[in-house]
Design a protein around this ligand. Structure first.
Ligand SMILES: Cc1ncc(COP(=O)(O)O)c(C=O)c1O
Length: 371
C-alpha cells in the first residue's frame, strides 16, 4: 500500500519496511484469554530477572532523573573496556543492540550496497539494510541449520558492505566453530564489515565457540554486538553495546542522537556487568532447563536443534501453528517459527524450573487434544 496519496510521500525505502514482530506480551494473553497465570517463553528473556545489583543501582539514581544522561556513556564504556580488555574508543553503547544495527547501517550503507544476512535470522539486520536502500542478500543455512560460510563467502561482491553472522544463531541455537569463523574472516576483503552478533554468547558453552573479539584486537573490520537484554536480564531498559576498531566506532558515534542511552540503563549496566554471581546462576538455570526440555522433547519424539543458547527450536510439522495457538489458550507463550519462514517449528525460550514444567504439562495436554 502506498503511504503517499493525499499526504506527503515517504522515502521510497520506508515502503519496504515491515514492522518487527515481537513475542506476545503477557498482558495481552491475560486479557485475550481471561487468564491469571501466563508463562512467557517467547523472547529469550532471563527467567531469574535482572541482576539485584542493577536494581539497587537504579534505585540510587531515581532522584537524579531531572538530569540528562551522560551523552558519552563514559563510565559504562570504561567498565566495558576493562571487562573485555579493550580501549574505551573501541566501545559504543546503544539503546539495545537493535539501535546499534540501525546506527551501523546509517553510518555505512548507501543506496544499492549489499548486505549479506543468514536466512533465517534476526530480522533487524534486513531492517537496517532496507532503511538505507541497500540490497539484502539472504544466504540460507544448511538443512541442519548450520551456517554455510563457503556459500556466504562466494556471495561477496564489490558492493557488499556488511555481513551479519549471529552465533549462537537466532532462531535455531546453532553456532559457528572457531576454526570455520577464523578461516571465513581471513578471506574477507577490506571493504566489508563483518558484524558478529553475540547477543547469546554467554550461553555458548562449546569449547570451540568464539565470540570473534580476537579479530577486533587484530584490527579487522569486525563489529562484535552484545546486549544487556539476555543474560544480564535488562531487556526492559534497552541497552546493548558494540565492540570494534576505532574508526567504525567513531563513525557510529557520528550518527547517534545525543542522549541515546538513558541514565538508569547506564547505571544498571555498570552494576550488572560485574555481577558475576547473577551471570553464573543464570547460566546454570539455563543449562539445567535446556537438559530438562531436551528430555521432554525426546520423550515425545519431537525433533529439536541442539542449542548453544537460551532457547530451543522444536519441530512440530504441520500442526506447529495449532500447537502455538493451543498453548496460548493454556497461558503459555512461545514463538511461532512462521516469523522466520519456519512454519513447522516453534522456538521455546528456556524458563525457570517452574515455567519449564508448566510448559511441558501444557504441551502434553495440547498434543493429546490435537491427537
Ligand atoms: C540475535 C539478536 N541480536 C540482537 C537482539 C537485540 O538485542 P537488544 O534487546 O539489545 O536490542 C536480539 C534480541 O532478541 C537477538 O535475538
Amino acid at each position: 500500500m502506498s503511504l503517499g496519496s493525499i499526504f506527503p510521500s515517504t522515502r521510497k525505502q520506508v515502503e519496504q519496511l515491515e514492522p518487527y514482530s515481537p513475542g506476545k506480551p503477557i498482558w495481552e494473553v491475560q486479557r485475550e484469554w481471561g487468564l491469571e497465570r501466563v508463562v512467557k517463553l517467547a523472547s529469550n528473556e532471563n527467567p531469574l530477572g535482572p541482576s539485584p545489583k542493577a536494581v539497587e543501582a537504579i534505585m540510587q539514581q531515581l532522584a537524579e532523573l531531572h538530569r540528562y544522561p551522560d551523552s558519552s556513556g563514559g563510565e559504562l564504556k570504561r567498565a566495558i573496556a576493562l571487562h573485555y580488555q579493550l580501549q574505551e574508543q573501541q566501545v559504543m553503547i546503544g539503546n539495545g543492540a537493535d539501535e546499534l544495527i540501525t546506527l551501523l547501517s546509517e553510518a555505512y550503507l548507501e543506496d544499492g550496497d549489499e548486505v549479506l544476512v543468514p536466512s533465517p535470522s534476526f530480522t533487524e539486520y534486513a531492517f537496517g539494510g532496507k532503511l538505507m536502500g541497500a540490497k539484502i542478500v539472504e544466504i540460507p543455512l544448511d538443512p541442519r541449520f548450520n551456517y554455510n560460510l563457503d556459500r556466504m563467502a562466494s556471495a561477496v561482491t564489490d558492493r557488499t558492505k556488511i555481513i551479519y553472522l549471529c552465533s549462537p544463531h537466532n532462531p535455531t541455537g546453532s553456532y559457528i566453530p572457531r576454526s570455520s569463523l577464523d578461516s571465513f574472516i581471513q578471506k574477507l576483503p577490506s571493504h566489508v564489515i563483518l558484524v558478529l552478533d553475540g547477543a547469546y554468547s554467554h550461553y555458548a558453552t562449546a569449547g570451540d565457540y568464539s565470540n570473534g573479539l580476537d579479530w577486533v584486537r587484530r584490527n579487522k573490520s569486525v563489529v562484535v554486538l552484545q546486549t544487556f537484554s539476555k543474560i544480564y536480564g535488562l531487556a526492559g531498559l534497552r541497552i546493548g553495546f558494540a565492540l570494534s576498531v576505532e574508526p567504525i566506532i567513531a563513525a557510529m558515534h557520528r550518527v547517534k542522537e545525543p542522549f541515546n542511552v538513558n541514565t538508569l540503563a547506564q547505571k544498571a549496566a555498570v552494576a550488572a556487568l560485574t555481577d558475576e554471581e547473577h551471570v553464573q546462576r543464570s547460566l546454570a538455570v539455563n543449562e539445567e532447563g535446556r537438559r530438562y526440555l531436551y528430555a521432554a522433547f525426546e520423550a515425545k519424539g519431537l525433533p529439536y536443534t541442539p542449542s548453544m543458547s537460551n532457547f530451543i527450536l522444536v519441530e512440530f510439522g504441520e500442526i506447529a501453528y495449532r500447537v502455538y495457538q493451543h498453548l496460548l489458550k493454556q497461558g503459555i507463550i512461545v514463538r511461532y517459527g512462521g516469523t522466520w519462514g519456519l512454519t513447522g517449528h516453534l522456538r521455546v525460550s528456556v524458563g525457570s524450573e517452574l515455567e519449564n514444567r508448566l510448559f511441558v504439562e501444557a504441551l502434553d495436554k495440547v498434543l493429546s487434544q490435537l491427537g
